[in-house]
Design a protein around this ligand. Structure first.
Ligand SMILES: O=C(CO)[C@@H](O)[C@H](O)COP(=O)(O)O
Length: 225
């Protein structure tokens, strides 16, 4: 199963990106990837320190969260990740963080207004708020899907909890988590000194279109876009 082995390596690598971008504390947060063409996902083991994560310690489950391969219990959010993959076939990766500034917006239950070009580029809209849900079952995933289905934003602020992001692959989901925290931090500081003005809708549309379809190098996959 080369595809599973590759997903184990990629999901393990992306957890180090959560640390590198300062998006998680202790064992909080998790990343998963759909294994293309298999009906499987790969996700972090629950409650294991980031320094201890290896490709071998990642857990493989089916798309209902049942463990197929692995020596560890899977992430507490496995059922929610699995629900997202079942409901959104276009999604190939999911990330979850408690990154500080974005989670502060989640604690207030306040959407982050699309007031910066970088937000229009990545999110194409405000970053929305999803419902509060308890940890452990699929309810968080149901809230993520209910909020993001048909929405441009790949990020949702789950009320009273933190950030969930989706992407065409796991790297894109992690990138959205990085960009979400960056936007949350900048708009937090902006609001300390006055009101924030959302960008006009036509500008958001044009910026989103350019970034999603023309930004980067023409001869290779755009860097994380
Ligand atoms: O907030 C949550 C659960 O939604 C997680 O971020 C936990 O904090 C980490 O759980 P594991 O992925 O280690 O089970």
């Amino acid at each position: 199963m080369d595809a599973v082995a590759a997903a184990r390596r990629e999901v393990c690598r992306l957890h180090s990106e959560l640390l590198r971008w300062n998006l998680v504390a202790w064992t909080s947060g998790n990343v998963s990837a759909r294994v293309p063409g298999t009906g499987l996902l790969v996700i972090k083991p629950s409650g294991v320190g980031y320094d201890e994560l290896t490709p071998e310690s990642m857990v493989v489950t089916d798309l209902h969260g049942a463990v197929v391969e692995g020596d560890h219990a899977p992430s507490s959010d496995t059922a929610s990740h699995a629900h997202i993959y079942r409901a959104m076939p276009e999604v190939g990766g999911v990330a979850h963080t408690h990154s500080g500034y974005a989670t502060a917006w989640a604690a207030r239950g306040e959407a982050i207004p699309c007031a910066l070009t970088a937000m229009a580029d990545e999110f194409g809209a405000d970053i929305p708020v999803g419902p509060f849900a308890r940890i452990g079952g699929a309810e968080i995933g149901e809230g993520v899907v209910a909020t993001l289905a048909g929405h441009r934003s790949p990020a949702v602020l789950m009320r009273g909890h933190g950030v969930f992001t989706i992407g065409r692959d796991a790297e894109a989901a992690v990138k959205a988590a990085v960009m979400c925290e960056d936007a949350a931090r900048t708009l937090h500081f902006a609001r300390l000194h006055g009101p924030v003005r959302p960008l006009p809708g036509a500008d958001v549309d044009a910026l989103y279109d350019r970034y999603q379809n023309a930004y980067g190098q023409p001869d290779r996959t755009r860097e994380g876009a």
